[in-house]
Design a protein around this ligand. Structure first.
Ligand SMILES: Nc1ncnc2c1ncn2[C@@H]1O[C@H](COP(=O)(O)OP(=O)(O)O)[C@@H](O)[C@H]1O
Ligand SMILES: [Mg+2]
Length: 237
């Protein structure tokens, strides 16, 4: 459903992605793992349209996103949960969710917002008790739930997540990945980037390894775990 062909992204003169190609299949939960500085955030921001590609193509369901202006990517069905969550901290949980549900291109958007909100609160029941509280007062795990919920309010076909486990305890991370798995099982394709390789490989259907802006390996989690060089570099075994 998503095809990335020979993607190059740079910050001024400094290249960050060098010819990345990957494919995400219908209903897949795909992860891209790699060390700090590998280019994971650059990749996911480019896939969300918030960072321009220097060259290459990003195609969603046959539609070349790279030919659309950035604000049309959301309409095409892509939603991003950015690194560091980027919530509106002084606004309430409800307001953060409502902002995510603004779909100006969709005439039925108002009616569907209530339905989307109910689905998000069913996924993350703890948010329901906090609806009128400021987002900035939530715990780290709750903020991550809210960031995911806000992205889901746009009813994406493809959900992009940048390091959802960052700063969370192992227990909270496990719960977060369970929720991501449920979103995926309900029909939303998911692409997540993670430095937390062991956790990401536990939930992903397939994975790519990104190193210094290039894809270094790809396969199922089982394939990748059997490769000595990957186990040594990422799993410490
Ligand atoms: N805003 C920026 N300006 C210049 N260089 C950047 C910027 N953001 C990231 N980089 C560089 O791009 C490379 C990839 O960074 P990033 O995509 O953030 O990696 P990761 O998310 O895997 O840690 C790094 O060398 C980083 O220093
Ligand atoms: Mg990053």
């Amino acid at each position: 459903m998503l095809e990335v062909h020979d993607l190059h992204v740079a910050y001024g003169e400094a290249g960050a992605l060098w010819g990345v190609s990957l494919e995400l299949r219908e209903r897949e939960l795909l992860c891209v793992v790699g060390p700090n500085g590998a280019g994971k955030t650059t990749l996911i921001n480019a896939l969300a349209g918030v960072l321009p590609a220097r060259s290459g193509r990003i195609v969603l369901d046959g539609k070349p996103l790279t030919e659309l202006p950035p604000h049309r990517w959301c309409e095409a069905g892509v939603a991003l949960v950015p690194e560091g969550r980027r919530l509106f901290g002084s606004m309430s949980v409800r307001e953060n969710l409502e902002i995510g549900g603004l779909r100006p291109w969709d005439p039925a958007s108002r009616a569907r917002r209530r339905e989307s909100m109910a689905a998000v609160l069913a996924l993350f029941p703890v948010l329901e008790e906090k609806l009128e509280q400021a987002a900035g007062e939530l715990s780290g795990g709750q903020q991550q739930m809210l960031a995911i919920g806000r992205a889901l309010m746009a009813r994406p076909r493809l959900l992009l997540l940048d390091e959802p486990s960052l700063g969370l305890s192992p227990l909270i991370t496990t719960g977060m990945f369970d929720a991501i798995r449920r979103v995926n099982a309900d029909g939303t394709a998911v692409l997540l980037v993670e430095q937390n390789v062991a956790t990401a490989l536990r939930v992903a259907h397939r994975a790519y390894v990104l190193e210094e802006g290039r894809i270094a390996a790809t396969g199922t989690p089982d394939d990748l775990m059997q490769r000595d060089e990957i186990r040594r570099a990422y799993l410490g075994v």
